[in-house]
Each structure stands twice: as structure tokens, then as C-alpha cells.
Design a protein around this ligand. Structure first.
Ligand code: GTP
Length: 592
């Protein structure tokens, strides 16, 4: 049965190209809202951290109505560090909207998701937004998108993508610049005509894949996926199938997406995307199948965690106690809650009730959690990231490897190769693209620690990197290079100051000039540079220092009453980094 009343699309957009504005405008014009009702909430990026870092961490769903057709719009994550999130979103849709700013053109950061979408033979629609900009270059931007599609291996059908020109801000869409328009009708029309309606059997035995997990304090685990076959009913008994086996379970309430909300419903037919509660132990990749004649769907593999960190209660003398949540109970509850939805994250308890080992898919994965917790008011300490090692059957030490793909303009090739060489990466493939080089490496997961920031600096933000787990291999030996988070001493006339080699972005840090400990604060918007090699201070008293590689200023607040000795006493434990709601302070060994 062709479900002409339904379309499922994913939206791919670079930060600031207008995704939120466009979805808001579509909602306003979609008839779900009364004419005088405003879409107050920003739809897609509700997580403050996502907004600041400019990355979308969790995929979120919205649905708009156009006449009798519901369009489910799924957001795609901005990068691929978190275990197959992109693939999981793309398996739920039949087409993608690539949203591109009419002046900026396609940006390298969207390439990873776009490539995945093209590989899955999804139908793309190109939306050139902000055509009201006086500096718009619509024609050129369309050519740039075409070049990008060719580079990414689009098939012939995909290369004939429809183009819609929009001003999301003004709520208008049209097919040519000359056309008159005062609404988004042209966009809706192109979506309905080009994105295939799901062609499904609604009367067959139920099959649904668990694609995403969400969590709510009141209702617990929320399972999200697309009904592949059949119809799912409120309260029905189903068979839940995973790799190990199958068992009967009862569905709780069902919800579909309606505008910004989830709306409760009695049944959901094949083709639609459903959120449901009641299956407290369903996992990503499980099949929800008919009770009587269950058939399993092909599961989804989730990348292994490769990096772990100790999270512990902050018991140090530097503890700020600014936090709302400071006890081991708080920490424990929060971490257990996290792993309910963060599918490639693992949690282990330790002998101490105050410390937990958290494992994830790389530094960014873990640092997003730390930062989110910090903002929520947790005060904690985290250890140095450690890769998760194994021994093979013969007892040989093995370490996790990652397949790293890098796209950079030619001019940065040298810098990137040099950085990666030191990190024991091996080049496995290199392809020349239009103005770009794609380099593929196999690198020990250890080698990626601290690499993202170095890479952003080395390529002046023009590079794109992604990595996927590539199995275990024999340990490659020490990786030389900079010690992450070391205190670095700077001489400047009468003053010697110690800056933190690698402070976290937009956090606080310690500067220790002479005998006193200053608390510094890294300020500035949207800094992605957490590589704070602090330059020698220009003045006698430390003020107004600049962090290399970024425009961020380090502001110093009045000295605390610690002496240098006192500070060093606590610094010689090279494991700990303190994270408090207001500060991120790092205490590390002084370099000789
Ligand atoms: P993130 O939420 O940061 O991922 O960005 P986004 O892609 O959702 O972009 P958002 O909708 O927040 O828009 C970014 C900026 O572009 C905002 O200042 C918008 O007002 C502006 N903007 C969006 N659409 C248009 C448009 O059609 N024309 C113009 N001139 N500006 C627009």
C-alpha cells in the first residue's frame, strides 16, 4: 500500500544556514498551529550545548502537515563520533533536504552526512536558503552543490536533484529567482512530488526496528523507530527480538509526531515514525515483531567504546562547591541515566562508591557529556582519557584502532600528515577531489586523543574528520608528543607564569605567576579551540592574555590565596581534572 499521506525526510544543514528558521516557518504554514499561535520554542536544537558548539548531538523529530500529508522531519547529527547516529536516522527516511546558505554555499562539515545519504540512495532535495541576502550567489551555489554531489559519488538520479529557493526568514519558497511568492507552497510541493511515499504492507505481521532511544523521568525509556510492516497498537503484546533471542513484551502508550510535540495515539501503521513507552529494556537494533509470527529485521551495529575516563566526586581542596549536585549519589544517578539513551557509552562501578568508569566513542563523545553535566550543575572530577586495551588469545597486548577519513584543501596536507605521522597513523588511501584531498588512515585510538583540536588549528577550520572503529591490533608502542593538559612555564622578566597546556574551551583555568595562583577564565563565543597554549604575559601582572590559535581572551580574576607550593602539591597528581559548574580547572604535572 502506498502511503500517500506520509513522507519521511531528514534535514542536513550546516550550522546557521537556517534549519531552525525553516522548520519553524514550515510549522507555521502547515496548519497544525492556529494562525495566532507562535512557534515559540526553537525546534531542533533545544540543547544549549548543541547551539554553542554548533553541533547537533541528538537527532530530533518534528512533523508538519501539508493538506492531508504528514511530513516527518528528522534532524541529522553534525558529526559521527557517537556510534552510528547518522545511519540510524537515515534508515528511517526516504529522502533528504540539503539546506545551503545562498551566500556561503555547501560547507565541508555537512559532507559526512551527505555522503552517507547518497550512499544509501536517498533522494536529495537541495534548498538554497537566505535568497533575500543582498550578497546571494544562488547560481554559483547550485553549481557548487552539483560539484559536491559528483565528488561524493551521487548516482544519475541523485544528480538531477530538484532545487528550491527559500527565504526561511520571510517564509517564502520558489523555483526561480524571478518568480513571485509569499509562502512555502513550492517547497511543500517539491517534497511531496519528489520524496517517495512509503510503500508498505500495513496488514502484514508487525515489524519495527528500534532506531533511537530517548528517556524521560516520568515515563522512562522511550523507543523510537519506523514501523516497517504491519500496524502497532497501544497496549498490544509483541515479540521483542535481539541477538540473544526473543521474548514477549507489552507495548505501553504510542505517540506520533505532531508539530513540535509527541501526540498520543492508538495505533501506528507501517511507514510512520513512532515513539513508544513500556519497553524498558529494548535496545537499539532490536526488532519489535508480531506476537504470533515474529520475524527479525537486520539489526544495527553500534561502534565499540574505545576510550574511558574516571568520573568521580570532587574531593580536592580546589573544589569550588559551586555545584548543585556534588555527591556520589547524584553522580551515580546521572551517569546511569545517561547510558539509558547514549547507546555507545558504557558505565562501570569501581571499588570506590565515589568513582565510575565511563567509556565512550572518543574524546568528543565524553567531553560532550562532561560539558552537559557541568551545565546541569554537577561538580565532578574526571581523569585522563585512556584507551581500552585488550589481550588476544596468546596474551599479546592489543589496542583499538580507528579508520580515520580526512578531507582537506591541498595546502594543509603537509601539516596534517606530519601531525598524524607522530600519532602513528598509517595512510591507507589518498584520493584527489576538486580542490580537496581525501586521506584515509588507520590510527590507534590513542593517537586521536587531542587530535581534533590540533586538526582544527592546523587546517584553520577547513578540514573535516571522521572516524569509525576498525577493530583491535597489536599495541603500536608509545606515542610521542605533547602531554595533554600539562602545565607550561613561561618566563617573562620578573614573572614566571604557568598556563595550562590544554584547558577546556570557555572554562576557567589557573595561571600561576610567581607565587600566586590566579584563576583565569577563557571567554569568547563559539570557541572550538581548547588548545590553550598560553603566550607569555605581556604585563607584570597577568592580564589580557591571548590564547594562540583562537581569538579568545583569557581574563584573569583576582588571585586566590594558594601559594605556588600548595598549588603544585595538588598538581602532581597527573590524573585529575576538576569540573565544576562554573569552572573547568585542570591540574597537571609541570613540565621539566
Ligand atoms: P543552528 O540552530 O545554529 O544549527 O542554525 P540553524 O541552521 O538552525 O540556523 P537558524 O535557523 O538558527 O538561522 C541562523 C541565522 O540565519 C539566524 O540569524 C536566522 O535569522 C538567519 N536566517 C535564517 N533564514 C534566513 C533567511 O532566509 N534569510 C536571512 N537573511 N537570514 C536567515
Amino acid at each position: 500500500m502506498l502511503r500517500n499521506d506520509l513522507r519521511n525526510i531528514a534535514i542536513i544543514a550546516h550550522v546557521d544556514h537556517g534549519k531552525t528558521t525553516l522548520v519553524d516557518a514550515m510549522l507555521k504554514q502547515s496548519g497544525i498551529f492556529r494562525a495566532n499561535e507562535h512557534v515559540e520554542e526553537r525546534v531542533m536544537d533545544s540543547n544549549a550545548l548543541e547551539r554553542e558548539r554548533g553541533i547537533t548531538i541528538l537527532a530530533k523529530n518534528t512533523a508538519v502537515m501539508h493538506k492531508d500529508t504528514k511530513i516527518n522531519i528528522l534532524d541529522t547529527p553534525g558529526h559521527a563520533d557517537f556510534g552510528g547516529e547518522v545511519e540510524r536516522v537515515l534508515t528511517m527516511v526516504d529522502g533528504v533536504l540539503l539546506l545551503v546558505d545562498a551566500y556561503e554555499g555547501p560547507m565541508p562539515q555537512t559532507k559526512y552526512v551527505l555522503r552517507k545519504a547518497l550512499e544509501q540512495h536517498l533522494k536529495p532535495i537541495v534548498v538554497i536558503n537566505k535568497i533575500d541576502r543582498p550578497d546571494q550567489r544562488v547560481e554559483e551555489v547550485i553549481d557548487e552543490v552539483l560539484d559536491l554531489f559528483i565528488e561524493l559519488g551521487a548516482d544519475d538520479d541523485q544528480l538531477e536533484f530538484p532545487v528550491v529557493l527559500t527565504s526561511a526568514r520571510n517564509g517564502i519558497a520558489k523555483l526561480t529567482m524571478e518568480e513571485e511568492s509569499d509562502n512555502l507552497e513550492a517547497l511543500f510541493k517539491v517534497i511531496l512530488e519528489n520524496i517517495p511515499a512509503p510503500d508498505v504492507e500495513v496488514d502484514a505481521p508487525l515489524q519495527m526496528l528500534v532506531n533511537t532511544l530517548d528517556y524521560d523521568d516520568y515515563v522512562g525509556r522511550i523507543v523510537v523507530g519506523r514501523v516497517i510492516r504491519g500496524t502497532i497498537h497501544n497496549g498490544e503484546t509483541i515479540t521483542l527480538m535481539d541477538e540473544e533471542g526473543e521474548r514477549k513484551a507489552k507495548i505501553g502508550r504510542l505517540y506520533t509526531y505532531e508539530g513540535l510535540k509527541r501526540a498520543e495515539t492508538q495505533e501506528v501503521g507501517a511507514g510512520d515514525i513512532v515513539a513508544l513507552i513500556g519497553l524498558a529494556d529494548a535496545n537499539i537494533g532490536d526488532t519489535i515483531a508480531d506476537a504470533e509470527s515474529p520475524e527479525k529485521l537486520k539489526g544495527i551495529s553500534i561502534d565499540e567504546p574505545t576510550l574511558s575516563m574516571v568520573f568521580s566526586v570532587n574531593n580536592s581542596p580546589f573544589a569550588g562547591r559551586e555545584g548543585e549536585y556534588v555527591t556520589s549519589r547524584h553522580l551515580r544517578d546521572r551517569l546511569f541515566k545517561e547510558i539509558k539513551t547514549n547507546v555507545s557509552m558504557r558505565l562501570e562501578e569501581t571499588e570506590s562508591p565515589d568513582a565510575f568508569i565511563v567509556s565512550g566513542r572518543g574524546e568528543l563523545h565524553l567531553s560532550v557529556l562532561i560539558e552537559t553535566m557541568r551545565r546541569e550543575g554537577y561538580e565532578l572530577q574526571v581523569g585522563k582519557p585512556k584507551v581500552i586495551m585488550h589481550h588476544d588469545e596468546t596474551g599479546t597486548l592489543q589496542e583499538p584502532m580507528e579508520a580515520l577519513t580526512i578531507d582537506v584543501p591541498q595546502e594543509f596536507m603537509g601539516a596534517v600528515m606530519e601531525g598524524l605521522g607522530l600519532r602513528k597513523a598509517e595512510l591507507t588511501n589518498m584520493t584527489e577531489m576538486a580542490g580537496y584531498l581525501r586521506m584515509e588512515f588507520v590510527i590507534p585510538a590513542r593517537g586521536l586523543i587531542g587530535f581534533r583540536n590540533q586538526f582544527l588549528t592546523d587546517t584553520k577550520g577547513n578540514g573535516v574528520m571522521n572516524h569509525v572503529f576498525a577493530g583491535y591490533a597489536d599495541y603500536k608502542g608509545e606515542i610521542p608528543g605533547r602531554t595533554r593538559g600539562s602545565l607550561v612555564a613561561f618566563e617573562n622578566g620578573e614573572t614566571t607564569s604557568y598556563g595550562i597546556g590544554n584547558a577546556q574551551e570557555r572554562g576557567n583555568m589557573f595561571i600561576i605567576p610567581g607565587e600566586q595562583v590566579y584563576e583565569g577564565q577563557i571567554i569568547g563565543e563559539n570557541s572550538r579551540d581548547d588548545d590553550m597554549d598560553v603566550n607569555p604575559c605581556k604585563k607584570k601582572h597577568v592580564s589580557n592574555m591571548r590564547a594562540s590559535g583562537s581569538d579568545d581572551t583569557i581574563r584573569l580574576i583576582p588571585p586566590k590565596t594558594f601559594s605556588l607550593e600548595q598549588a603544585l602539591e595538588h598538581i602532581n597528581d597527573d590524573e585529575l581534572v576538576e569540573v565544576t559548574p562554573k569552572n573547568i580547572r585542570m591540574r597537571k604535572k609541570i613540565l621539566d
